[in-house]
Design a protein around this ligand. Sequence first.
Ligand SMILES: [Zn+2]
Length: 313
Amino acid sequence: LKKQKVLYVLGAGYSGSTLLGLSLGTLKDVVNLGEVASLENDYRPPALCTCSKSLQKCEFWSGLKKQLEKNQKNLPTQQQWNLLNEATRQEIDKKGGGLRKFLAVLGVPLRWLMGSTAELDYLKKNESFFNQAFHFTQAAILVDLSKTPERLNILRQSAAFELYCVYLKRNPREVFASNLKRPKKSRAHFGFKVWREAFWYGLRNISYNRLFKQLPEEQKTVMHWEDFTREPVQSLNQLAKFMGLKEGVKADNLMIDPRLQHVYSGNLWLHRERHTAIKIETQKSNRSLKVREFKILKSILTILGLGKELSKY
Ligand SMILES: [Zn+2]
């Protein structure tokens, strides 16, 4: 029996993973689940799924929920997947700053920070979730857009599925500009917003690179957002090949209909804009950094040894 595969998208927020995930979801035998780490926290039944139905009415999520509830009864509570109104993010998936997160980003092993039992529970819980999702969808590949290296570091220990990783990179100027537009409540008390966020952005990048380096060659690949938007069909076909799929994209023009997929976690522009069909193309960026912001980003990245990440663009 061939092992099922989980394709994990690693990278910074605002790198375009939502669109990459939807593109992957158009491939045969691939199901895009969105940010799996946020599924429990984002489960709010009035909320809409990309299929345009509410979560209660969406056959996909109500079906998977039912199956999870039925088949996870015998698991310890901390290993059960809960799609409930009041479920929250697990410690390891919490967003924002915090000392533990900071230490994890610096490379302190997770089992020191959260204990080996919690780490094992997290792994078992996710293995069980993916098993049920494979069974429910009959997919060969499930896509997880969670993006954090901490989660990836635990999932890669699984013997239940093969883990593949695509590291999505995008022009730091654009990612950082988007980053600055959002209030970062959890870190706001540190002040010096631009310096602080540039430093955090740099540290995060180091942590992505550190983990990516440790993955086996045949199970990882890098994708640049700029290549993807310029040559979406070619890029997707390369990814399909990387994952061992027989079929790639046939059309010359890749059109994505989000209504054919079931994503509710992660980036919500999908719901706001109510796209019916999305065409992937190179867009002129509407996000730009002020000169001062760029200078700060550049000096921090240079100090952290990431200067070449910026000079590529
Ligand atoms: Zn749906």
